[in-house]
Design a protein around this ligand. Structure first.
Ligand code: GLU
Length: 279
């Protein structure tokens, strides 16, 4: 009798604890509405292997790991993060409308974006390059794109830069880079241009191995920042401190090696960067 009674009490207590834990993880968890008491909503890419990739309920990549580290420093456990897809052209809007708290999505710091959002960072420096079919030796850099069909993404620095650099370029703009990769392998376009980090990730995918190659002549400097609401200097300072800590405690190197290493990507000079002051 006594044993059974204690068993019942324990079961009730466990149930209460279980419900409590469930409730709090739902607040900010992947499937919940997000932004609960301790939830945080973070915009990432969903289709960029090695950077931000969603596979089922699994999120991987350098940006996911950087975001998870920074969120932890801000007091949010991994389970409190709601991941939100942040395509290149939507990042400023997602931030300014409060649909996300942070954007960690191969997001270059630029003066024109700073008119709408604030940035902490940079936490990484990449360079714009070209991805072509492995058997194509005619494209060796931006000055060899005459008469070629090129693909990039709306709202990216990559599309803007190539339009500035190669006036009259035959540029197709999609909403995501994975759409460009599909067009490249099916001969719909001749090259894809964006950051070398992103291109290396696609070239290393099992289904594209031996079919695609990165040209390897970077022609820009892309300083990846963490986007946040314009003018939130207090948040910017906290995120900047977290980035500095991540670099100083060795976690930056681990994150870079684990996510970019498998694609054979070597961080260029300028890495790890020194984050800018928040203003
Ligand atoms: N880093 C560049 C940008 O922020 C290109 C990559 C991207 O579109 O995410 O526009």
């Amino acid at each position: 009798m006594t044993t059974r009674r204690w068993g019942a009490v324990a079961a009730t207590a466990a149930l209460a604890l279980g419900l409590g834990a469930c409730g709090s993880s739902d607040d900010g968890g992947g499937s919940g509405s997000g932004g609960g008491s301790n939830g945080i909503k973070i915009g990432i890419k969903f289709d960029q292997p090695g950077l931000g990739l969603k596979k089922g309920n699994d999120y991987t990549g350098m940006d996911v790991d950087v975001a998870t580290y920074v969120a932890k420093q801000l007091g949010h456990e991994a389970g409190d993060i709601q991941w939100v897809q942040a395509p290149s052209a939507q990042r400023e809007t997602l931030i300014s409308t409060g649909q996300v708290d942070l954007v960690v999505a191969t997001y270059s710091i630029t003066d024109s974006r700073k008119e709408k959002v604030s940035f902490a960072g940079p936490y990484f420096v990449a360079g714009q390059d070209l991805l072509v079919r492995a058997d194509d030796s005619s494209i060796t850099g931006p000055d060899t794109l005459d008469g070629k069909k090129l693909c990039s993404v709306t709202g990216s620095t990559s599309a803007q830069k190539v339009k500035d650099k190669v006036p009259g370029v035959n540029l197709q703009e999609f909403g995501t880079y994975s759409e460009c990769v599909a067009a490249l392998v099916s001969n719909g376009v001749d090259a894809l241009t964006t950051d070398d980090t992103i291109l290396a990730g696609y070239a290393a995918q099992d289904q594209y191995k031996g079919k695609l190659k990165v040209v390897g002549q970077p022609f820009s400097e892309e300083r990846y920042g963490i986007g946040l609401k314009k003018g939130d200097t207090a948040l910017c300072q906290k995120v900047t401190d977290a980035i500095k800590k991540m670099i100083d405690d060795g976690e930056w190197q681990k994150i870079v090696d684990a996510n970019l290493g498998p694609a054979g990507y070597k961080p260029p000079a300028g890495n790890p960067p020194t984050p800018d002051a928040c203003s």
